[in-house]
Design a binder for this molecule. Sequence first.
Ligand code: ADP
Ligand code: ZN
Length: 745
Amino acid sequence: MFAEVAFPIRSFQTFTYSIPKEYLHSINIGSRVIVPLRNKTIQGVVVDVNNSISYSGNIKEIIEPVDNILIFTPLLWKLIHWVGKYYMVPIGKVANTVIPKSISKNYRLPKQKFVLLKQKIDSEILKDLKTRAPKQYAVYEILCSQDSIKDIASLKDIVKNPMQVCLALQKRGLIDIIEKDKIPDVNKFSFEPIHKKVIFNIDQQKVIDQIILSLNRYCYEPFLLHGVTGSGKTEIYIESVKICLEQNRTAIVLLPEIALTPQIAGRFRAVFGDAVAVWHSKLTQQQRSWTWTKICSGEYKIVIGARSAVFSPLKNIGLIIVDEEQESSFYQDAKDPRYHARDVAVMRGTLEKSVVIVASATPSLESYYNYQQKKFQYLYLPKRFGNAKYPTVHIVNMLSIVEETGKYGQVVSGLLQDKIEERINNNEQIILLQNRRGFSPIIKCNECGEVLMCNQCKIALTYHKNEDKLICHFCSYVFSGTLIRCIKCKNNKLKYFGTGTQKVESLIKQTFPSARVKRLDMDTSKSSNDITTLLKSFSNHEFDILIGTQMVAKGLDFPNATLVGIINADLGLHLPDFRASEKVFQLLYQASGRSGRSQKPGEVVIQTYSPDNIVINNAKKLNISKFYHTTLNEREELNYPPYSWLAKIEVIGSNRIDLISLMDRIAFNIIGKFEGLEVLGPSPCFLEKLKNKFRYQIVFKSKKILDPNGAKLHFFIKENFYNAKKKFNLKQNKLNIYFDPMSLI
Ligand code: ADP
Ligand code: ZN
């Protein structure tokens, strides 16, 4: 028997190996294997198994399989295949990003030493121990009075050198020291289970009934669940998963934001206990491997997590839910495979014959269009649950404040200040959104106009006051210290413009000295523990005002938060991207949705310099259908998705002149253009220089009416770019392909 093996490399080539007799049964499609390649041994994935081959050269043998359990399911393998094909990424590379790196036959849990009480001694000897060896006595006491078994490291709070003390106790025959597997603590990423009595209202029941009907058909059925914020979508997910588990099937729930995981996981754990696994990018390799193997062995039935959870090795999946499906974080755009987790979820549902629910308060225009085209069934929850009302929204025209005060840059308007005070006096909580971290995002010389930029990127440096550093938010380049003079004209007229979360925090603390204020952004949430702790503490009303970036805007449910303030609603509004207004609308709508989710009525204050802008106005009225109507018309006119298929080629290189001539050569040599295809570029990317590399792009749009399933565009991109490295002699330049990109900047 022969195996075709793929490697995690850029090339699409596979290599043939023979399968040794002893492994005939253990090596299948999807097995990971160790093989010789040139003078090395490396790891690859079997993509095909054949009885015979046509190749007549020297065929090497597979050395050994990597895993002793099957770490893929056959259907997951099919999915990986599809991702490789659809997004044009070598399959070995897809497999490599999907499976945790440290999983292998040699994977062992690390060991942990425990101390175990062996015998109790009478009070005389105990007294003696107390005077002669007080440290040993202290440890012994703990073992007698609390648990009789304890992790030795945890005794550090009692004695400085617990190991030494325990060894001495062992010598006395009082205790035993044993070694056990150290099981990663994966439950700390969730809130304590929140038990709740749920009785569905009529709208909710209708939705549930439809989902049950579909689950009972055991086939692929996709839904768009459109439910306003606070309408009970999460309760619907829980109920649907319950039914799916009763059918002896499993479920995946995809969330767009790591900050959302702890609360939602807590709600699921209240119902499903230890059957719930959490999966996201902040897990350590250890936690990843542990979780993956437990999913394979069937102990976890539900996986909740970020986009890569779509590849969990669950068997027999009955239900896949994509919460806040419009979010661009579902698209992995920084590295291969560049994929959209929502679309992969739909494909996985097709393969697994499961029900797929893409859900949102603000569905993407693509999903909305899919519903109009009858590709998705539509489920609607028009009202908030119970007595919760939609919040009252106030718009503050920051321009008129400029006129009144003659000053730009006021951060918190009088109205927002008053409202904050009111809510604090009522003992209620407040969320403030500023979608930019740091203190000041622009440092400009008032004399010559020079803006301080990153050395390596064409991006302005942001001032971080807490750390007293200027930081590039793309490459993390750091300029330490407060800059006093302009680097160009040496004048000391530098001004710090703009507002980041740190500035908002510092102003709010000054204005409301007795309020308890905390900030959640990428700088304060290095680990998932930080996020969980902070959100738990807000949930328990241990502080009053939560300030943050988009991390605080979505999906969270804090019944006592009754005021949401949006410091600058215009951020992102004027970016040159076809999705700019959709994103701003969704963010404002979502953020507003965090307010007044329970009995207490909520309010939202939106501060803007563009009060007449149609996006801001629709967000103010929370008018979703009007927003869809205008935006869909605009997209159709300009031939953007959902009316066209989109692909983007991005080329990155260090030498700008070479890159420009390469781009011209590529553009000149493009073959197979077809009716309905539009080519934009080559042109420099919006972020033209990042990490000392220049970036250019070509965008391709293919009209959907002439290319209904995108096959023409797909074939075209494959013809032109499948073998780009050789074909265009890319040398050191890198070419990335994006299908269905979320943005063109
Ligand atoms: P969404 O996910 O649509 O924003 P949630 O599921 O978070 O909405 O619901 C908002 C709040 O209302 C939550 O606290 C939720 O537990 C509660 N809720 C929703 N539906 C019910 C119900 N049928 N019975 C009890 N509580 C409910
Ligand atoms: Zn930089």
